[in-house]
Design a binder for this molecule. Structure first.
Ligand SMILES: NC(=O)c1ccc[n+]([C@@H]2O[C@H](COP(=O)([O-])OP(=O)(O)OC[C@H]3O[C@@H](n4cnc5c(N)ncnc54)[C@H](O)[C@@H]3O)[C@@H](O)[C@H]2O)c1
Length: 447
């Protein structure tokens, strides 16, 4: 194999982290080969189709075609790369621990002649690096280096997060391995946190658990605002201006979801529990988040009474705007709860395409189609285009003009002025007054 066949970087996993990492390193001038185990994924990437919705990613991959390749073959990656990034999924198991089976598969598949350093970008429990080292040694691959380099990207703005990171964390057993990975990020203007492997692993878990804690905290404040007459949007603004607090992750809403926060909070809680420590705070963070999703049902009942036979439009299905990722999305729990109450659920999202996740719900092609004839429109994901639904045409098309705004996306005054009833999260609610009599007196809506 000539030097031109050398790819500096190999990547295991063509998901969010693997594709973004690969495309961004290619943009920084490196030669990258990305390996996945799903043949359709690799075929589609070779044909120039990106299997996930992430702004700018398709163009970035296209622009760097000369430096990026995709393969199913583990041998090709191991032979061509000096740094092997592990970006496979680590989903939760039934026990709440992280499922590391994809990582062990990567290790099992590594060819005996591998001469490279493994760089762990997947989110893993503290102690995983030690186990990987032991497994490598048991396989006679003790010369393979190991670095923990957790990823902090946020879906929907992943390219920016990669290219302008708040920090790059590198935990290594050996200085040369740390330096080799640090060199990849040389051209980025960022803070480098070089530390030990255990601490690098913990930085990732603790960061996500802290952000989730902020969300559950502001959601509880919102719930108290609802019973005391304060407006959580004002409260969060006033709190966020305090430099000790800051304004990030103080948006009250329907609860956090996605492929990271729920599983990482649970994994940290389990990690602590397995080590003999009861992480009480995280139990509450998780419980508050679960209850928060269900509060929407109470708000619907407040306005519509029983939900049997009511048609509810779920607007936005992905766990947040800017992505088509449905993992742990609030829409899934909400749809199931509404269907269990006997409601008819019509769901819409501009990019997410649910398969089995929303079984029993009808999918609408447009937001307007979803709300036509509906008794309520529930905003589950903060897609900006949903603001356009606040208009006379939609009011007239709905059977009951009611918005339950799970993301505080809309302006309550404008919504009410347009003739809708409105329920946000932690905001003054619509006063109780029945809608004017319609041809169909039931259900009655209180504004
Ligand atoms: N998605 C995020 O926003 C995000 C952010 C930071 C960290 N993380 C962490 O990064 C890791 C990956 O997350 P993701 O969202 O990219 O996952 P993903 O599920 O989107 O992608 C994982 C990919 O790995 C592939 N894969 C499985 N086994 C493989 C193997 N043996 N060899 C090669 N490929 C294999 C899968 O087919 C899949 O395409 C997780 O640990 C996650 O917690 C994710």
């Amino acid at each position: 194999m000539g030097d031109t066949d050398k790819a500096g970087i190999g990547i295991f996993g063509a998901g969010w982290v693997g594709l973004v990492t690969g495309a961004c390193f290619a943009e920084l001038g490196h030669t990258v080969v990305i390996r996945d185990v799903v043949p359709e994924r690799i075929e589609s990437l070779r044909a120039g189709r990106v299997p996930i919705h992430e702004e700018g990613l398709e163009q970035l991959i296209e622009r760097n075609r000369d430096r990026l390749s995709f393969t199913l073959g583990v041998g090709e990656v191991a032979a061509r790369a000096e740094l092997l990034f592990v970006c496979v999924g680590t989903p939760p198991t039934y026990s709440g621990d992280a499922d590391l089976s994809a990582i062990w598969t990567v290790l099992d598949e590594l060819p005996a002649e591998t001469r490279a350093t493994l760089v762990m970008k997947s989110t893993v429990p503290v102690g995983t690096g030690d186990k990987v080292r032991a497994a490598l040694e048991a396989r006679g691959l003790g010369h393979v280096g190991y670095v923990s380099n957790p990823e902090f990207l946020s879906e929907g703005r992943a390219l920016r997060d990669f290219m302008q990171p708040d920090r790059v964390v590198i935990g290594a057993y050996a200085e040369p391995d740390a330096l080799a990975v640090a060199a990849l990020y040389d051209s980025l203007d960022t803070e480098l946190v070089q530390t030990d492997v255990h601490s690098a692993e913990m930085i990732k878990l603790a960061s996500n658990a802290f952000l989730a804690t902020r969300i559950s905290f502001i959601n509880e404040i919102a719930n108290v605002c609802e019973v005391t007459g304060a407006d959580v949007e004002e409260v969060a603004r006033g709190m966020g201006l305090d430099r000790r607090i800051g304004s990030h992750f103080l948006r009250a809403g329907i609860g956090y979801g996605g492929s990271c926060f729920p599983k990482d909070v649970s994994a940290l809680k389990q990690l602590a529990g397995n080590s003999g420590y009861h992480f009480q705070l995280l139990n509450s963070v998780i419980e508050v988040n679960e209850l928060q999703k269900r509060r929407v049902v109470g708000k619907l009942k407040k306005h519509l009474g029983h939900l049997a036979g009511r048609r509810v439009a779920l607007l936005g299905l992905a766990y947040k705007a800017g992505t088509d990722d449905l993992r742990e999305a609030s829409s899934i729990v909400l749809a199931a709860r509404l269907l269990a109450e006997g409601a008819e659920v019509v769901a819409w999202d501009p990019v997410a395409r649910p398969r089995d996740e929303l079984r029993g719900a009808t999918l609408a092609a447009t937001a307007r189609e979803a709300v036509a004839g509906a008794d309520a429109a529930v905003i589950v994901t903060e897609w900006p285009e949903l603001r356009e639904l606040v208009c006379e045409e939609v009011r007239a098309a709905m059977r009951t003009p009611l918005f339950v705004d799970g993301r505080n996306l809309l302006d309550p005054l404008a919504v009410r002025a347009a003739g809708f009833a409105y329920e946000g999260v932690g905001r003054p609610t619509s006063p109780f007054s029945a809608l004017p009599e319609t041809e169909e007196p039931e259900p009655r809506v209180r504004r």
